[in-house]
Design a binder for this molecule. Structure first.
Ligand SMILES: [Zn+2]
Length: 216
């Protein structure tokens, strides 16, 4: 807690001690680094973070910042940047994942990448559509693969994106630009994407076989 005004210092809380003792401690420095890199990149490019256009590069596993058509700059590992909301858990089944070595998390396209073959779904590489998933959920037997998740999971994705926006995460402005100014617009964006994606890839909607209790 920032108590520089009252006691000229920072106070380390009990919550912080709990993080240090938990499995999450290996993910924390990576996530802090990722947040910092996002802010620093905006400065380097001479932009406010609201002007930064961030996309995920599948091959590099990194977030890339674009400033105009010519300037492309790798920013940070996509895994580290996405871990904040998920607190080291798979987005779908809530089992523990690690973004440190050995890595047990995949960066997964919530609405499958296969949709991209149609120009209508060009946004699937954007941040709002990326989550961290355990390997079983993403590519195991009965895994998600090319399926579209259920509407309950779409609601969870919406909550995740709103969390980033309300917590002033450096990806906040990027998400607002990609999905809409208001909570209602962003919900409408997702719901329309869900309907159109089901028409394009009609199959049974997917959810994990067994999920552990929600962390939120
Ligand atoms: Zn999982």
């Amino acid at each position: 807690m920032d108590e520089r005004r009252e006691h000229s210092g920072l106070r380390i809380t009990d919550e912080f001690s709990k993080i240090i003792e938990s499995q999450q401690i290996s993910n924390l420095p990576l996530e802090v680094e990722a947040r910092w890199n996002l802010v620093e990149t905006a400065w380097e490019l001479g932009l406010s973070s609201s002007m930064l256009s961030i996309q995920h590069d599948e091959t590099e596993g990194r977030l890339i910042a674009y400033a105009g058509a010519q300037r492309r700059k790798p920013v940070t590992s996509s895994r580290s940047a996405l871990n904040g909301y998920q607190r080291g858990k798979c987005f779908y089944c809530n089992r523990s994942i690690s973004i440190d070595e050995p890595v047990s998390a995949d960066v997964d396209h919530f609405f499958p990448h296969a949709l991209k073959t149609s120009g209508e779904f060009w946004q699937v590489d954007q941040i709002w559509n990326l989550v961290l998933a355990c390997k079983e959920c993403n590519r195991g037997v009965g895994g998600k693969s090319m399926a579209i998740p259920t509407s309950q999971l779409v609601i969870k994705l919406h909550q995740r994106n709103e969390y980033y926006i309300s917590s002033h995460h450096p990806l906040r402005e990027t998400l607002i630009r990609q999905m809409g100014q208001t909570e209602q617009q962003r919900r409408g964006f997702l719901s329309s994407f869900f309907d159109r994606a089901q028409q394009r890839l009609p199959s049974k909607l997917w959810k994990p076989k067994d999920a552990e209790a929600e962390i939120f």
